[in-house]
Design a protein. Structure first.
Length: 202
């Protein structure tokens, strides 16, 4: 086995996702703004973020729904909700609300039936055991005609971030959602490793 030359300088170059040929044709949407442009949010709407984490999408959503709209951040982890609260306070938005809940328990969010215009579920379902219960809760709180947007890691992406068995396919999401009464609307690639599936409550 050869010994590395200590006098040789090694470099690590960050790839430019916007211009590097490795990602040519793969970058569709990337930032919260890009993704929300595709999903579509209107002023005055109520948007519920299932598994909000530290609130990567929260401020952009809050700005879009405006002072007459509401954003409900839902997470099982109180520390995540505290992080969202800090962002909300620092930003000055007064339309952000937090709910600590286990989405695998029916009715856990305590959000009223048919009160939400949009539910977003970002990078959550791949580690939720009772996925159907989480989607059932989304169905319960959505108005007729309301949308559910799910973004998950995709095994079709250029960058593979997980073991193959952990990915949730679009067909699996379709089966789960349509079983509950959702209508499939569209799917699209998000950056180099995710896919977004959008459903409508009939």
């Amino acid at each position: 086995m050869s010994t590395p030359n200590k006098n040789t300088t090694s470099t690590f170059n960050l790839l430019d996702i916007d211009h590097d040929t490795l990602f040519a044709g793969k970058k569709k949407v990337n930032s919260p703004k890009d993704i929300l442009d595709i999903i579509g949010i209107s002023p005055g709407e109520t948007v519920v973020d299932f598994g909000c984490g530290i609130g990567y999408f929260i401020l952009e959503v809050a700005e879009r729904v405006g002072e007459n709209g509401r954003v409900v951040a839902v997470d099982i982890d109180r520390a995540m909700l505290d992080a969202v609260k800090d962002k909300a306070v620092a930003s000055g938005f007064r339309n952000i609300y937090g709910v600590q809940a286990d989405l695998q328990i029916p009715g856990a969010t305590k959000v009223a039936d048919q009160s939400a215009d949009l539910v977003i579920i970002i990078n959550l379902l791949y580690y939720v055991k009772k996925r159907e219960e989480a989607l059932r809760e989304a169905f319960r709180i959505l108005k007729t005609g309301g949308k559910m947007a799910i973004m998950e890691w995709s095994e079709k992406g250029t960058v593979q971030a997980m073991e193959k068995g952990l990915y949730i396919s679009t067909s699996e999401l379709k089966d789960l959602a349509t079983k509950l009464g959702f209508k499939f609307f569209r799917s699209l690639v998000a950056s180099v490793s995710h896919e977004i599936s959008i459903f409508e409550k009939e």
